[in-house]
Ligand binder design. Structure first.
Ligand code: ADP
Ligand code: MG
Length: 699
């Protein structure tokens, strides 16, 4: 239990306060200038900083340092090196140079590269990203200094999630500044994207988790009949925390606070056994690093409390899946949130320009945005009857929608006000009412002073969707800047631009219920893409318009984008293959044997009952049904084995992905149906797997 959060918070981070205290004044100042001006670090400076870092880390018990990076697996990677430097007289001293701080050289050959290099071309480099703070983390008795890094190949091509994110931040900064300066906001020098990702997850008791091969190997249940009770009572969302869960959350918070991750909000989510954690927002880069630490900490601390934390997008069929709500905005170095409408948004020109830029970006690049959240797990959420649909649309809310319509008609003259809410109870004060309601069903919702991109999957790195968002908005800002820089009368040109955007992109604005089936037809009429499958979504990434977009803004070269697409396809195919193989293994080694043995028991009971002179009608009916389902199960298992073999003869990754979607997944569905039906009639004593009721309701 912690006593003083203010003491604990950031205690393991080499943050600004520590630097000011530990670095010589001139070095500290120079380092700050470097970061502000976004210039690379000089060697002499790096040596001094490295030494101070090492002393600080060693005092905290660290024996090692590691370059901590984010390869294309979507997870983090780390290779530890001890600080030790043996001396001639047989002892050792602790050493850490600027070179070791700023550059590492891990073998790159065992990380996904999408063909950017051959396996024998092993060299890869990590480079310190000094905009994300260094920290000390203890795992068991091992304590290490972590250095957040970018990761690239020998030829300088990005092999990680961080590099394009950093590049997209630069692109966004460049274009936003051009627009602001054209709007005469010349005191602003930099603009940064901000991100606050809400993270959803499930907790199941570890004793259940460890007996389910599907959860252990794939993160989701591949079999399991629905529990008689699911989420229909709507009693879990925001419910009182279970004591064991509350203790878990408390420890997660403490661990995260030590690492300077500002875990702030926690609550029960909609599905039973589902929860959420959200931090205070940060720059998109730091927020992405922190979200990785959050996912890791959730998993780690869960084990200490006898839980398994499931981050998968759809661990359980029939109840809600998990997402990550990426709250995103833009902030200037003068502290202004560019998406803050203020009290009178209709005459807030800067706000309207940035708002309209986002609207145009999201409509123009809706397919790319959809592709940025495409993976095997998210396929179960998007377009299935829950969470946001696969159709990208924007919720603006009453007030902004009204302004948007005024803009389309030629200019905004007024803003609707929120007013007061009277509760009809004399002791309760009137509440100030927001000018806009919320919409929980929208994939891309304006929520007061930021956009919330809700399609992101719970396992995903926030980097991909964020660098796409940064880049598409940068692209539209650059168009707007081109026009404004030529303008004779800025306000008139602004009005013209806003009117044009409001008219051209009306179709992307949808304030209604996104779960409703009418919306699918309506979206089709509006010409909005609806890409339900991952294969379909990934196929659009290499569209010439997207290739040139990323190249134009220096975010990804065509070969880097191509490699990334290959990696995403491969990850999808591999995930489906692992699931299919796991299903076969469980069907053959657990479910079939259990059902067969139960069938045997029933058969001998029938014989016994019949020889005693009774009819055994129900028993015979039962046996027939088991036999029928066993046939289905057996046939589907064989078909699945066959379908898995076929994949080897398919050349292109995209065709393999289509084979997964069109052939393998439907067979998996049939196999599951047979197994789940068996679960409903086989003796609970012989059923080999923990049930949905147990996993979702027992704490
Ligand atoms: P809700 O569940 O109502 O959407 P939460 O409080 O759970 O809200 O999460 C909101 C998230 O949005 C938090 O992580 C918060 O820090 C983040 N956020 C707030 N303002 C901004 C902003 N300007 N830029 C990015 N994220 C923001
Ligand atoms: Mg939210």
């Amino acid at each position: 239990m912690i006593t003083d959060v203010t003491q604990v918070f950031g205690s393991n981070v080499f943050n600004d306060a520590v630097m000011r205290q530990r670095l010589p004044k001139n070095i500290y100042r120079q380092f700050k200038y470097n970061i502000e001006d976004r210039r690379p670090l000089e060697a002499a400076l790096a040596d001094v900083i490295a030494n101070a870092m090492k002393d600080w880390a060693v005092e905290k018990g660290a024996t090692h340092f590691c370059h901590w990076f984010q390869p294309m697996t979507g997870l983090t990677a780390e290779k530890h090196d001890a600080f030790i430097a043996p001396t001639a007289d047989g002892r050792t001293i602790m050493e850490f140079s600027g070179k070791e701080l700023t550059r590492g050289e891990p073998d790159a050959s065992s990380f996904p590269s999408g063909g950017l290099r051959a396996t024998f071309e092993a060299r890869g480099y990590t480079a310190w990203d000094c905009t994300s703070p260094v920290f000390v983390k203890a795992d068991g008795t091992n304590t290490t200094l972590y250095i957040p890094c970018a990761f690239c190949s020998y030829t300088g091509e990005a092999l990680d999630k961080k590099t394009p994110l950093l590049r997209s931040m630069d692109a966004l900064d460049r274009q936003a500044i051009r627009v602001l300066h054209a709007l005469k906001e010349t005191s602003v020098r930099h603009v940064t994207g901000t991100l606050g990702p809400e993270q959803e997850y499930f907790l199941v008791d570890h004793r259940f988790f460890e007996t389910r091969l599907d959860l252990v190997l794939t993160g989701r249940t591949l079999f399991g009949a629905a529990s008689p009770r699911g989420q229909e009572l709507e009693d879990h969302y925001f419910g009182a925390l279970h004591e064991r869960v509350a203790s878990f959350m408390s420890e997660v918070n403490t661990e995260l606070w030590k690492l300077g991750v500002s875990a702030k909000t926690q609550h029960n989510e909609v599905a039973p056994a589902q929860y959420e954690i959200a931090p205070v927002f940060e720059s998109v880069n730091v927020a992405t690093d922190n979200n990785q630490l959050t996912m890791e900490t959730l998993r780690k601390v869960a084990l200490r409390h006898g839980f398994a934390c499931l981050l998968h997008e759809k661990p359980f069929k029939g109840v809600n899946g998990s997402g990550k709500h990426n709250n995103w905005s833009l902030v200037t170095d003068t502290g202004r949130n560019l998406l803050d409408p203020g009290d009178t948004p209709h005459d807030n020109m800067v706000f309207l320009v940035f708002l309209c830029a986002v609207v145009r970006a999201v409509d123009k690049y809706a397919r790319l945005l959809r592709a940025s959240v495409a993976n095997a797990g998210n396929e179960h959420r998007l377009g299935a009857n829950e969470a946001p649909p696969a159709i990208v649309s924007i919720f603006l809310g009453d007030q902004l929608n009204d302004i948007f319509e005024q803009l389309a008609a030629g200019g905004a003259k007024s803003s609707r006000k929120g007013g007061e809410l009277k509760l009809g109870v004399s002791t309760l004060p009137p509440l100030p009412k927001d000018c806009t309601d919320r919409n929980r069903t929208s994939p891309f919702a304006f929520t007061g002073n930021k956009f919330e991109f809700r399609m992101v999957g719970s396992t995903q790195s926030t980097s991909g969707p964020t660098f796409v968002l940064n880049t598409i908005v940068a692209d539209i800002l650059s168009e707007i800047a081109d026009e404004l820089e030529q303008a004779k009368e800025t306000p008139k040109t602004v009005q013209k631009i806003l009117q044009r955007i409001a008219n051209e992109h009306k179709r992307i604005v949808f304030n209604g219920d996104n779960y409703c089936s009418d919306w699918i037809a309506e979206a089709q009429r509006r010409g909005l893409p609806n890409m339900v499958s991952t294969a379909e979504a990934l196929l659009v990434i290499m569209d010439p318009a997207h290739v040139s977009l990323f190249e134009r803004h220096g975010v990804l070269s065509p070969s880097e984008l191509h490699a990334r697409t290959e990696i995403l396809f491969e990850a999808y195919i591999k995930a489906i293959q692992i699931e299919a193989r796991t299903m076969i293994r469980m069907a053959r080694r657990q479910i079939l044997p259990a059902a067969i043995s139960y069938a045997g028991q029933v058969a001998s009971s029938i014989n016994a009952v019949k020889s005693a002179g009774s009819a055994a009608c129900i028993m015979e009916k039962n046996l027939k049904e088991i036999d029928r389902l066993l046939d289905h199960l057996g046939a589907a298992t064989e078909k699945l084995e066959e379908a898995l073999k076929q994949i080897e003869s398919i050349q292109m990754a995209s065709d393999q992905a289509c084979h997964c979607r069109d052939v393998i997944i439907p067979i998996m569905t049939t196999l599951r149906e047979a197994a789940d039906a068996l679960e409903m009639i086989v003796d609970a004593q012989v059923w080999p797997l923990p049930t949905y009721s147990e996993m979702l309701f027992l704490r």
